[in-house]
Design a protein around this ligand. Structure first.
Ligand SMILES: CCCCCCCCCCCCCCCC(=O)SCCNC(=O)CCNC(=O)[C@H](O)C(C)(C)COP(=O)(O)OP(=O)(O)OC[C@H]1O[C@@H](n2cnc3c(N)ncnc32)[C@H](O)[C@@H]1OP(=O)(O)O
Length: 203
């Protein structure tokens, strides 16, 4: 796997496949279930109280182990869906090189907007994630300068989705990429983005 290059003052995040022990992936998977389950539930008051108590205990169990950004595991586990970061939909990569990427995911109730459609904000999140990963594969680190998204059809939740990303061209520090999100043959969204390679000292 090719990592983004190091430059200037930017300390690139190191990918890893071992951090957090064998149960880290299980913990994040459970967190995703909690996100979906709580979002979907209309539970009786007693259950809500019980769950709130349990979640407060969970928070208290992990808070003593907070580390700075350099030490974090979440977001670096490229072997886990969505890099083990529960904000990101559980993307799994089928193809990934320096020119293109193909990923798939299904978004649960946590990502619901309304009427069975995914929230409009999660589509740019998915594109930024997939294109950011592609833009920074085998190249010095870049950041998103713009990301234009067209919503072509609703993106259903709890349905298999396919995300593709392509590097269209590179001009000096500028990397132009496109993305598409499909459900079956239906194009749900597409977009184009500019990533700009960081100069030394840029955060
Ligand atoms: C996190 C990153 C690394 C991670 C590594 C590990 C990767 C693991 C996977 C991670 C997957 C998730 C990855 C998420 C990636 C983000 O989401 S990053 C977060 C969102 N983006 C930001 O916060 C960026 C904020 N903006 C900036 O920092 C600065 O504006 C930028 C983008 C670095 C550009 O600033 P600058 O270096 O001063 O650039 P500048 O010299 O003004 O412009 C350079 C060229 O770009 C053009 N340009 C710049 N902005 C624009 C624009 N908006 N429109 C059109 N043209 C533009 C200029 O016109 C210029 O063109 P030329 O004159 O050379 O032809």
């Amino acid at each position: 796997m090719s990592e983004p290059g190091n430059i200037g003052g930017f300390r690139p995040r190191r990918y890893r496949t071992d951090g957090g022990g064998p149960d880290f992936g299980r913990m994040i998977e459970a967190l995703r279930r909690i996100q979906d389950g709580i979002t979907a539930a209309d539970a009786p008051e007693g259950v809500v109280t019980e769950v709130a108590d349990m979640l407060e205990k969970v928070a208290a169990a992990v808070e003593p182990y907070e580390v700075d950004e350099e030490g974090m595991i979440a977001g670096r586990r490229v072997d886990l869906p969505g890099r083990g970061q529960a904000l990101i939909p559980p993307l799994e990569y089928d193809e990934w090189d320096e020119d293109h990427v193909v990923a798939r995911c299904s978004m649960g109730r946590f990502y619901l907007g309304a009427n069975g459609a995914a929230h409009g904000g999660v589509i740019p999140l998915v594109f930024d994630e997939v294109l950011g990963r592609l833009a920074n594969t085998g190249r010095p680190v870049s950041r998103t300068a713009y990301l234009h998204v067209n919503f072509r059809a609703i993106t259903p939740i709890d349905a298999p989705l396919r995300v593709t990303g392509t590097v269209v061209r590179i001009e000096g520090r500028k990397r132009f990429l496109t993305a598409a999100l499909h459900h079956g043959d239906t194009l749900c969204a597409d977009g184009d983005a500019l990533f700009v390679a960081l100069n030394p000292g840029q955060p």
